[in-house]
Design a protein around this ligand. Structure first.
Ligand code: GAR
Length: 213
């Protein structure tokens, strides 16, 4: 079977630490897949720098060149298809995906979210805002979710989750740092499971199949 080819999508000024975690897992031989390109909708994304450093194709796609979100997504989908990408990983991609992209990659777009969905997700819930909301809520636990993207924000079938305890003296920064460490492990694991064909989506549930004997 051909090795899975993964494309990574980032936006904003993305630091790219989740991308880095995937690169590191790949270099340790733990990803079970090849990273083929990183696309950013911001020229300044740290992720592009990280990609180039590791000799990955790094592309800036300027959203201003497109009249609509659908046109941008069509260009993104075609870019991924041209490189035979079998899985798109969103790694700090804060733009809403349209049906144009999602329908061309059904259950083949993964997102990582820094909380336990469906809590603390949805519009405006990204990056630091998530951890601030968790602290303000008084929740004792938060965590990480890796899910398949569908046409609603932070909504698609959940592949993996990891719980992180909120400590009494945590602020949004300390919590974000502990959650981020778990993100890095969980994303690489999710990609590996996907590459092995072990994530089976059944409606909203994702069954994790046992490894082949
Ligand atoms: C990560 O914490 C990721 O979970 C979050 O953005 C950060 C990107 O960091 N994504 C979302 O909030 C999506 N709703 P990184 O650039 O260091 O990987």
């Amino acid at each position: 079977m051909a090795r899975l080819r993964v494309g990574v999508l980032v936006s904003g000024k993305g630091r790219g630490t989740n991308l880095q975690a995937l690169i590191d897992a790949r270099e340790r031989g733990e990803l079970g897949a090849d990273l083929v390109l990183v696309v950013s909708t911001s020229a300044e994304a740290g992720a592009l720098e990280r990609a180039r450093k590791h000799s990955l194709e790094a592309l800036f796609v300027d959203p201003k060149q497109f009249a609509t979100a659908e046109e941008l997504d069509l260009a993104l989908a075609q870019t991924m298809e041209q490189r035979q990408v079998g899985l798109i990983c969103l790694a700090g991609y804060m733009r809403m995906l349209t049906a144009t992209l999602i329908r061309r990659f059904p259950n083949r777009i993964m997102n990582i979210h820094p909380a336990l969905l469906p809590a603390f997700g949805g519009k405006g819930m990204y990056g630091h805002h998530v951890h601030e909301a968790v602290i303000a809520s008084g929740a004792k636990y938060t965590g990480v979710t890796v899910h398949f993207a569908d046409e609603e924000y932070d909504h698609g079938p959940i592949a993996l989750q990891k719980v992180v305890e909120v400590l009494p003296d945590d602020d949004a920064d300390s919590l974000a740092a502990r959650v981020l460490r778990e993100e890095h492990k969980l994303y690489a694991r999710a990609v590996h499971l996907f590459a092995e064909g072990r994530l089976q989506v059944e409606d909203r549930r994702v069954r994790i199949l046992p490894s082949a004997p």
